[in-house]
Design a protein around this ligand. Structure first.
Ligand code: SAM
Length: 297
């Protein structure tokens, strides 16, 4: 459990490093999607290289910034202040323009389209042109822009924990509750590459609230990293494990800044939905990513 002063100290630790010393950069800009800002001794103690190339992280480091144990809104406030440029993807080949903020807009073709999340959303909106949409974790608003160009933007609402992102009808949230400003019933909830950054408790809390705000027949579409026996052993084109960070029990983790969160196993997601009034009708797994579509009973 960390108090706010300790969170501040950690961001100060980050600022104490000279530019270029710690940052992983894309075109000279900070790439926050890859950054850790622990001090060197801490890293040595808690990040142990495994002979197969993976990194084993200690339970202590996982707990340190666990969003369930800290003032999450404060963490993100400091994160946004300390990292004026926020990257939501870290692949240089996605980037085309000089402005990293704009470069992130390529997420539509690189994240939302390839596995079909966007086509699930569009298919619903084509059938329900006046649908009220809630996006969780929109980042820079890639989907908002898309909706603006193709559908009725008046019906689009969003919520995000990071104060870095600001636009109309985007509401700040505490990381596990749907803000009361979001009107309901909602027809469709959409979240791409967000749920992997949440703890089990945060996810469960969102699932339960989505179950409440969705109208009957409404849909919940989400894309997230997902672990399977196969994806745990698979490597990417750079010969790195998709899930290169694990704990001593083999549980894989991902991170966004210093928040290290567990990747769900496919069977756990399926089991979780069995207890909800959300019927998991479709799931597509591609390598380390899953797209899920659930319909409110
Ligand atoms: C990897 S980015 C994806 C952004 C966007 N969905 C896209 O694909 O362009 C993850 C987003 O989730 C947000 N986020 C992280 N934790 C969250 C939480 N607990 N509740 C809501 N949003 C969260 C981040 O601030 C960020 O905008």
């Amino acid at each position: 459990m960390m108090n706010n002063r300790e969170i501040e100290e950690n961001f100060e630790e980050y600022s104490s490093h000279k530019k270029g010393e710690l940052e992983i950069e894309i075109d000279g800009q900070v790439c926050s999607a890859r950054i850790f800002f622990f001090d060197e001794d801490f890293m040595k103690k808690h990040f142990t290289p495994h002979s197969d190339g993976r990194i084993i992280i200690s339970k202590e480091v996982i707990e340190k910034f666990n969003p369930d144990n800290i003032d999450n809104s404060y963490f993100w406030k400091l994160a946004a202040k300390s990292f004026p440029v926020m990257a939501i993807g870290d692949k240089p080949e996605w980037l085309h323009t000089d402005d990293l903020r704009i470069k992130n807009f390529d997420a539509i073709s690189n994240l939302h389209k390839p596995l079909g999340a966007l086509s699930c959303l569009c298919s619903f909106l084509d059938r329900n042109p006046n649908a009220r949409i809630l996006e969780i974790g929109p980042g820079f608003g890639n989907i908002k822009k898309y909706i603006e160009n193709h559908y009725n933007i008046e019906n689009y609402y969003a919520m995000d924990i990071c104060p870095h992102f600001e636009f109309e009808r985007l509401y700040k949230c505490d990381g596990k509750n749907i803000p009361k400003e979001v009107p309901y019933p909602i027809d469709i909830v959409y979240a791409v590459n967000v749920f992997q950054h949440l703890t089990k408790e945060q996810k469960r809390s969102y699932y339960k609230q989505i179950e409440i705000i969705l109208r009957e027949g409404g849909e919940f579409i989400f894309q997230s990293f997902v672990a399977t026996e196969k994806s745990l052993m698979e490597k990417n084109e750079n010969n790195e494990y998709y899930f290169g960070v694990i704990d001593e029990d083999g549980q894989p983790y991902v991170h966004f800044f210093n928040q290290i969160t567990p990747v769900d196993f496919l069977e756990d997601i399926i089991k979780e939905f069995e207890d909800l009034d959300l019927n998991l009708v479709d799931k597509v797994i591609f390598k380390n990513v899953g797209i899920f579509r659930a319909i409110k009973n």
